[in-house]
Design a protein around this ligand. Sequence first.
Ligand code: ADP
Length: 666
Amino acid sequence: MAVSLEAARSVLARQFGYADFRPGQEAVVAAVLAGRDALAVMPTGAGKSVCYQVPAVVLDGLTVVVSPLVSLMADQVRALKEAGIRGAYLNSTLTPAQQAEVLARARAGAYDLMYVAPERLADPRFTAFAAEAPIPFVAVDEAHCVSQWGQDFRPSYLAIGDFIAALPVRPVVAALTATATERVRADIVRLLGLRDPTLTVTGFDRPNLRFAVERCEPKRKDARLDAFIDERRAESGIVYCSKRACVEEVCAHLRERGIAATRYHAGLSPEERQRNQRAFVADDAPVMVATNAFGMGIDKSNVSYVVHYNMPGSVEAYYQEAGRAGRDGAPAECLLLWCDGDIATGRFFIEQESANEALTPEESEVVRAGRRRMLEAMVGYCYTTDCLRRYLLRYFGEDGEGEEGLALVDRAGGGVGTAMEAGAAAAAAGDAAAAGGSVAGGGPALASPDPRCCSNCAGEMETVDVTAEARAVMRCVHELRGRFGKTMVVDVLRGADTEAIRSRGLNRAASYGSCDAKRPLLMEVVELLAAGGYLAITEGTYPVVCAGGRYREAARDDFSLCMKRTASKAKRGAAARAAGGTGSGATLTASDEALFERLRALRKRLADEAEVPPYVVFPNTTLAAMASARPATAAEFLAVPGVGEKKLATYGEPFLAEIVAFQEKG
Ligand code: ADP
């Protein structure tokens, strides 16, 4: 099956309108075309679809794509059609008669690619079809669903291996996923029966995302959110909340302010969830307020911001959710608002979840310890004074230092041992201290901090040295022998005169009254020490503060701890201005912006007419490039990134006409 990569490149350019493969894509496509199985680990937005869509066009026969994202299949097929690719889907949303028709057409060779829900693989009608149809290639999307160690285990995924093994001619198999610890990765290879797969891991950096963390008391969160969204009224975004009730409140609040917001959480009926998701994808409701139930596989490329109204329980979850912004490559903002209560909620969830599982007490403690470390790493992200991007990449095992953009590991075999894997393993082991090491000391300063990178690099935060307070806290926890909670530790340090202290004789402790720092600051120092692994805070109804894994390190002479504070308003304003606006991507002049808005309106009209989501017509990046390049001929139009021949044929005329009309009016 030696099909040249040139053929693939030409499909990429002609039908998808992309000049080049992105890192990672080429390795996967080349492996598949050479008849080799592949395992691809790429973060959300890296472009996994191209890895199977391009081979589907190039290879003879039908490519089967197994995906759990049933509700997206219709849109995906429509998007393929827009690119001139013959696609179909098979899932339970079709009636038996419709399914039979799809299979009949597939038998007649009508499709290049068929999305199939995993449940269909066990359907006798489908297996009968597959036993006869030429299927050169099977792609398994969201492949981590096969593993019980993954977050989204689906029993139906276990049948995929058998399905493949039963085919008369074994196809090439590619497994794609965004999340894969070493354990999950090994499960994917074993359970899907991948044979000597190439492993492609693309870097986790998303250069177009800007990260910001702000500590925000609950009563001020709405006002902060309002200000943030008001600066981005024309944009589409997601607001994640940790609880359903919070989703309801925030969504209602935004609607009252005249913002077309919609909501999504597991407490809504499937119909409403689907309706709201569609409204969001179609830009009818550009703001989605949701719990973490929303988003897996949502292919909406023009999400310009993701706000976390609460702190999530792990860096994995945070990065996955925040990563839904800016999939079109345009600048996008990821803002995390958090408060002390969020940390308490996180600890409460750990207790709840592990109590629900049918595990032995020892097993539940292992689970709890893992989740606790994941939570502490997340808290570390909130507190770090270091570059936020670097913190995230370090967590995923990439330092970012000296590396440009995406780090690519492309190696033969399904074995283990790459740098990336070592990092992922550390992350999986929940090594919060390693990931959050920069919490203490602040880490080395960046050569030239870029304000567009993150709020820390923009200097929106000021660094305060709290080493003395940290030492006092450590001494106090030592003296109290890990028997009391945060409030008691802080009260003892401040020499509070309370009944609780008197009755336990703690007013005679050596550390009693040894520190006169303000209460909120000391509370924060305790959390910071826990985030760095120097202390540990148990969960449960009465959490106590005790020694952490790095307890001893805090006694060393070179120990230091820094904390960040919100900088003065003036300084923040300057930093925000330096960071520049977000939105359409390219740097546009005022006149380009005006044209961009017209093209956007035109896109919405055409999308509504064709009943497809707007990004299927063109992503924002393409509109921005159009507004800036102002093509006047078909050839110039084709040269705009994101325009392929099919798109030129379908949309060239109306867009060129709009540009001419705009130019004539001046
Ligand atoms: P994933 O499934 O990995 O989350 P997608 O396949 O949905 O990501 O792709 C994310 C975005 O990247 C899409 O908007 C897609 O159009 C764009 N994209 C994919 N490959 C390329 C490429 N080679 N060049 C430019 N844009 C690309």
